[in-house]
Each structure stands twice: as C-alpha cells, then as structure tokens.
Write a protein that binds this ligand. Structure first.
Ligand SMILES: Cc1cc2nc3c(=O)[nH]c(=O)nc-3n(C[C@H](O)[C@H](O)[C@H](O)COP(=O)(O)OP(=O)(O)OC[C@H]3O[C@@H](n4cnc5c(N)ncnc54)[C@H](O)[C@@H]3O)c2cc1C
Length: 517
C-alpha cells in the first residue's frame, strides 16, 4: 500500500502526492497527531481547534472519494512501523514541509527510518518554496511559473484498504493542551477557506490596499486566508490563479470601475509572493527560529528579559491603548492585521527591549495562522535583527491617532476606557485627576500607567540598534544576508537615482506596501 501522509496540506485538490499515490496502488490517506509536537512552546489549543475542523472536512472529502482519512496518534516512525508490520508500505507520499525545528528534526528521523526499510518517501513541492535552493536569483520567476501550472485535480476515486480502523481525532484535552478560549476564532475547513477566497475576490477586497493597515477595517478587507494557507486547506496556487482570473475578468469593466480592484488585487498577489518569500528564508536557514539573522545583534537583548514588562505586554496592560487593544483583540480572535502585528512586535522589541524569541512564542500561540517561516522572519524583521531591513520603530501613539482616530477599536477592546473622551483616548495618562474621574477611569487603578516613556525608550533603542550597524564588519555580513535571503526586487543597493528616491518616499509612507523585504 501507499501512504499519503497529510501534513499541512489538508485538501484533496491540488494535491499531487495524493494523485501520484493513487496512480501507484491502493492508498492509505493518513494524518498523524504527534503529541510531542503539541507539547512544543509554540503550540496552542486554538491551532488544534482550527486543525480539527479542517481534518473533519478532509475526512469527508476523502470518504466521498472512497477512502476516509485515517488518523493515528503517536510518533510518526512508530505509526509507520506499525502500519508496515501489519500491511507492508510500498511508498510514502507527502508535500515538503518547512515547519519549526521540531518538525525539521522529525522529518530527518523519518527519512532515515524509511531509507533503512527501503521504503521510498516522495516529497513534492507544495508552494513557491524551493528545497535545496542554490541562489535567490530568479526566485520570483520560478514562483510565478509554479503558480501558473495547472491545478492538480482531485483523483476520481481513491482505492482504499479494507480492515483499517479510521481512528478518532483526539480533543485538545487528550493532547494535554491548556485551555485556550478564543471565542472569535475563525473556523477551519476547506469550505470556509473557499468562502473567504470568493468573498474577498468578489466583494470584500475592493479597498484592500487602503484598508489593510487599520485594525478597524482590516478584519473585513483583508483576505483572512492565512490560517487556511497554514493548514493547507487551500493551495497557494488556487488562490493565485483565482486572483489572476478575477483580474482578467475586470478587463471587461469600464476603467473607473476596475481601477481600485486592480490595485487591490495587485497588492494581494504581491503578498502571496511574500508568503513563500519568507518561508523560503526558514527553509534555507532553520536557525532563524532561534538565532539573530545578523550576528551583530547577538547579546543585545538576550539577557534583558524584564518579566514584569513582558507580562504587561502579553496581557494587554502596557498603558498604551492601541497596543493593549490589539493584544486583547488578538487573544479573543486569533488574528490581527499585519501593521498591528508589526507594531506589537516593535513595541516589545524596541520600547520594552525584550528579545524577539520570548515575544515571538507568545504571538505564535495567539495567531491561529501561525506559520513558522513567516513568523520568525517577521519577528526578526520587526525587531531590527536581520541587518538588511529598514529599522521601523513604530510610535504606538502615532499609530493610535493614525489607525483608530476616534478610538472605536480601542473602546471595543478596552471597556475600562469606554468613557474616555476622544481627546485623551490615545494618551489617557494626560488626563487630570478630575478628567479621570469624569471618564470613570483612574490611571494606575482602572487602567495602567504607561509602562515606559515611549519617546525616550524609542530613542534609546534606536541608538543601541544603530551603534551595531555602524561597523564595517556589519556591512559585510549584511551584504551576505542580502545575497542569500533578500528580495531581488528590493535590492536597494543596486537601484539608482529616481528609483531610489521613489523607494525612499514609499518607505516614508510606512505602509505595508512599502516594505523592503
Ligand atoms: C511579527 C509578525 C508575525 C507574523 N506571523 C505570521 C504567521 O505566523 N503566519 C502568517 O500567515 N502570517 C504572519 N504574519 C504576516 C501577516 O501579518 C499575515 O500573513 C496577515 O496579516 C494574515 O492575514 P490575511 O490572510 O488576511 O492576509 P492578506 O493581507 O489577505 O494577505 C494574503 C496572504 O499573503 C500572505 N501575507 C500577507 N502579508 C504577509 C507578510 N507581511 N509576510 C508574509 N506573508 C504575508 C499571507 O499568506 C496572507 O494570508 C506576521 C507578521 C508580523 C509582522
């Protein structure tokens, strides 16, 4: 029999390993729940809750093809060994996975075991990430070529095996996962992913590029597909092709009706590239999960963890309303938009001077869409430790005025500030005792004093970061990092005159669209 090992690719369409295995012989579609994986520091109940919903739909989809999903609990090699003993495995089929360090080690162990048993394990490329990549040159072109290839259809039927018990999908409690209340979590399952894709491309995405930065509008205007990409309920190719198709369809519309949509969809497709661009970095360098991308920053924050500051940040009690509202919203929903993720990280890394690993673990557990390749590289980028990106010390007060001018989002998530007038909602510490009384919010009692003076904290962080960047040795390593991991589009060093000025202007806007990757 041939095993299709489902990992983070929980679908039957655009699943080449499944199709190939079906062509090779009887198939056992298998998902292995690994208790040790769920004991890792980046795992959370909300991840499992989302996955369970995805697994339930996958089981139905496979059952409709003739072989329901088989679920086993244990270490992968133990599960494979038992199946090999009972049925004899002729081949294992899966997608390549760029996960965390734990799954990387597990895959190596599985590869050794399969080799010892002389069982071929065929791993196929899932999205734009290329295994064993020698050079970043031409990467974007390869991404495009991969995404433009025809979508692999679901097999017409899957010839399963008799006498195999499908097995139950364990609960979060079975896996020993801590309670993780997330009442606003988005639902898992391919059908939900398809609904999101369609509503985004036809309705919600019209003002994507304008509304992605504010937490007030982003939840509706962004695609919200990230958790589905992380679980693989939809393939990146399906999303890219649907967006290209929609762009094609727009050509029939008069110019004034299509202009906004074209910009929105262009921005969206750009981000689909980014998904793979970031994961490629972790594929090429798994140490990014733990070590500063640029070693010049080693030792800067490692020993500086101030527990009280960390806990205030993690609980959404820093005294900075937008920071706290974002954190509490994230706790309750499992999602926040890019700009606010960047601000939460920058605030912790610069203003509070906390190492990105600790805060990154906390955020990983809160993001339903946790994707190690994007996550750890973004954590480092927003903490200034890559050596190749612009240092962005987001001012949490300015962001508050810009992204939530009337304090609507803040009041939604911080009920203790519900009656604070607009003039003070971004800087409640400026209220006099009488004003605090009138607003029903005593600073230091009902809502915390701000944890740091954000202006002097930012100044001090900038000085520490820039001190590292001045040395000649720093430049040399940064150039090597750019050559290995940097986007060729943002190769600023190679750009000249007008383009460089344009780049600078765009970066000043500070929008996600202007990110230099
Ligand atoms: C500190 C930090 C940590 C992050 N951690 C994660 C993570 O664990 N998982 C994750 O999927 N994204 C992560 N992101 C990137 C980004 O914030 C999310 O992908 C996005 O907010 C998800 O919402 P969406 O699906 O509506 O995105 P959309 O804006 O609709 O974008 C479509 C898709 O493009 C990709 N994408 C969008 N923005 C980025 C980006 N900046 N970098 C890479 N890919 C992007 C995602 O796959 C996303 O689903 C992180 C960003 C920061 C600053």
């Amino acid at each position: 029999m041939h095993i299709v090992w489902f990992k983070r690719d929980l679908r039957v369409i655009d699943h080449l390993p499944l199709l190939r295995a079906v062509e090779a012989g009887p198939v056992l579609p298998l998902y292995i729940v690994e208790p040790e994986l769920w004991r890792q520091a980046d795992a959370a109940g909300r991840h499992w809750a989302f996955l369970r919903e995805c697994l339930a739909e996958l089981r139905d989809d496979l059952a409709a093809l003739g072989a329901p999903l088989v679920v086993r609990v244990g270490s992968v090699t133990d599960v494979f060994r038992a199946l090999h003993d009972s049925h004899g495995i002729d081949g294992i089929w899966s997608h390549e996975e760029t996960g965390n360090a734990w799954t990387y080690r597990r895959d190596k162990t599985v590869a050794v075991w399969a080799r010892e048993q002389a069982i071929p394990w065929t791993e196929l490329q899932q999205h734009g990430v290329i295994r064993g990549l020698k050079s970043r040159n031409g990467w974007a072109r390869k991404w495009d070529a991969f995404m433009r290839r025809a979508i692999t259809p679901a097999p017409a039927a899957v010839a399963g095996l008799d006498g195999i018990v499908p097995g139950d999908v364990p609960s979060a409690q079975d896996l020993g996962l801590a309670d993780d209340a997330c009442p606003g979590r988005q639902a898992g399952g391919r059908s939900k992913g398809l609904e999101l894709l369609s509503s985004f491309l036809l309705e919600r995405g019209a003002a994507y590029h304008k509304e992605m930065s504010s937490p007030l509008t982003a939840a509706e205007s962004c695609s919200r597909l990230s958790a589905h990409f992380a679980a693989g309920t939809l393939s990146m190719r399906e999303a890219a092709q649907a967006a290209w198709q929609r762009l094609e369809g727009l050509k029939a519309l008069p110019k004034e009706r299509r202009a906004g949509w074209e910009t929105a969809l262009g921005a969206f497709i750009g981000r689909l590239h980014w998904h793979c661009h970031f994961i490629q970095k972790l594929e090429d360098c798994p140490a990014h999960e733990f070590r500063n991308v640029h070693s010049g920053y080693d030792g800067l924050r490692e020993d500086a963890l101030d527990r009280a500051r960390f806990e205030a940040w993690a609980a959404g009690k820093t005294g900075f309303p937008l920071v706290d509202a974002c954190m509490r919203s994230l706790q309750a929903t499992g999602w926040i938009n890019f700009r606010m993720r960047a601000m939460l990280t920058a605030f912790a890394s610069y203003h509070l001077w906390i190492h990105w690993r600790e805060t990154g673990l906390h955020l990983a557990r809160l993001f339903t869409d946790y994707e190690p390749g994007i996550h750890w590289n973004q954590m480092q980028m927003q903490s200034g430790t890559t050596g190749i990106n612009t240092v962005r010390v987001y001012n949490p007060v300015k962001q508050s005025y810009d992204q939530d001018p009337d304090g609507v989002f803040i009041r939604l998530w911080l009920p203790e500030l519900a009656r604070v007038p607009k003039d003070f909602i971004h800087e409640p510490w400026r209220m006099s005792p009488d004003e605090q009384k009138a607003a029903g919010c005593r600073i230091g009692i009902d809502y915390p004093e701000r944890i740091v003076d954000h202006l002097s904290a930012a100044r001090s962080a900038r000085e520490r970061i820039y001190a590292v960047r001045r040395s000649a040795a720093f430049r040399e390593e940064a150039d090597a990092i750019q050559a290995r991991h940097g986007s060729r589009k943002s190769g600023l060093a190679r750009r000249g005159g007008k383009q460089q000025t344009r780049d600078r202007k765009r970066r000043k806007v500070g929008d996600q669209a202007s990110l230099d990757l």
